[in-house]
Design a protein around this ligand. Structure first.
Ligand code: GDP
Ligand code: ZN
Length: 361
């Protein structure tokens, strides 16, 4: 049975759980989201849980319901019974996308991920503009982004492509490797540590499964049999959060493959630090960088300091985000987001306090 630390439990969560703990509530981490129930990993083993009616009816949106990666506060349970999820603890990070189709709803893909590996492969898949887009989403989630350029064995221009990726990655690590030939994986493995949660995102075929197998080992069960109904029929479900034998938790939900832009403000500024820096030199503080009059960003494009493609990409993403935001405001999402942001603040505050305490020791 895993202890909670191995599952990613930290002081951040312990603090918000404290009042519940005093009242005798149990805690566990959501590993699978089924249609009508959840599998939750606890210090006493795996339990099946349902969401309390109160949580179902008082939530403001579907995004507030338990997701893979969440810490679920549950009522006391017997091994044979279903537990009831009363509450989820404030999230440290949250990876979201826009639901597919015409709706403007948020879909939370997974929560409390520490490191997200953004994978592209060095064949036709490599695409700088898509990398920028994905980084905006990952940075917005609060998780640390790491770029992986896989299939180095298929390219003669690895160095150039790594440099290209670095030029748009805003300071995040860019690792080049070949999962198939087992070359260059060591720097990646340094991120996989006990208590840390990680995930891989990227298009189909870039080598995510191959990478996961070489880290997690083929023998770790990503799928398992569950009893589906009273008749004892069995079905196979994918376990979406697994413990890595050497330490660390892997989250792999199906939706992670396609990230549709949902919302970003810090995510955009963190990804385009170069443009944000230039913008501080624009004459007008509300400069839209669309008219050349005293605009430092456009001046940089003109003199070649800033690639026009990157400028275009930034403007396009900003436009899209504005459009999405106007739709979301109409749908009443603004309040929801303010709440999320204040949780993020709380997290940063707690981290700062911990650092201070460590220094004193
Ligand atoms: P996923 O869809 O992202 O999970 O990708 P897979 O791991 O299933 O890999 C897709 C295909 O690419 C498979 O045929 C792999 O064997 C192959 N592949 C994975 N990594 C590499 C690599 O480093 N080099 C080459 N040449 N092929 C790779
Ligand atoms: Zn400007």
């Amino acid at each position: 049975m895993p202890d909670l630390k191995k599952l990613g439990w930290t002081d951040f969560f312990a603090q918000s759980f404290e009042p519940f703990r005093k009242q005798g509530f149990k805690i566990g981490r959501v590993a699978i989201e089924n249609r009508d129930c959840y599998s939750v990993l606890t210090a006493e083993g795996e339990v099946t849980a349902e969401v309390a009616g109160r949580l179902l009816f008082t939530r403001e949106s579907a995004a507030d319901l338990p997701k893979v990666g969440d810490w679920a506060v549950m009522l006391q349970f017997e091994a044979s019974e279903r537990a009831i999820i009363q509450e989820i603890l404030p999230r440290k990070t949250k990876l979201s996308r826009k639901v597919a189709g015409k709706k403007f709803d948020e879909q939370v893909l997974a929560t409390n991920i520490d490191v997200i590996f953004v994978v592209q492969s060095l064949d036709d898949n490599f695409n700088i503009r898509r990398l920028e887009r994905t980084l905006v989403m990952v940075n917005e989630s609060g998780a640390q982004a790491v770029v992986i350029l896989n299939k180095t064995d298929l390219s003669d221009s690895v160095k150039r492509l790594v440099a290209e990726a670095k030029s748009v990655a805003g300071g995040v690590d860019v690792l080049a490797m070949s999962a198939k030939k087992d070359r260059g994986l060591r720097p990646l493995k340094k991120y996989i540590k006990e208590g840390k949660t990680f995930a891989f995102i990227g298009s189909s075929g870039v080598g995510k499964s191959t990478l996961i197998n070489s880290i997690v080992g083929e023998d770790v069960q990503l799928t398992r049999e569950v009893r589906a109904d009273a008749k004892g029929r069995h079905t196979t479900t994918r376990r979406e959060l697994v413990l890595v034998p050497g330490g660390g938790c892997l989250i792999d939900t199906p939706g992670m493959r396609e990230l549709q832009l949902w919302h970003a403000d810090e995510g955009l500024t963190e990804t385009f630090t170069d443009i944000e820096e230039l913008a501080t030199h624009c004459h007008f503080s509300d400069c839209t960088h669309t008219k050349a009059v005293k605009c430092a960003v456009l001046a940089a494009v003109e003199n070649g300091d800033l690639a026009r493609e990157r400028y275009d990409s930034y403007m396009k993403l900003q436009q899209e985000l504005k459009f999405l935001e106007s739709k979301q405001t109409a749908a009443g999402y603004a309040e929801n987001r303010r709440r999320q942001r204040s949780q993020g603040k709380l997290y940063k505050q707690i981290q700062a306090e911990q650092r201070k305490r460590k220094k004193k020791m």
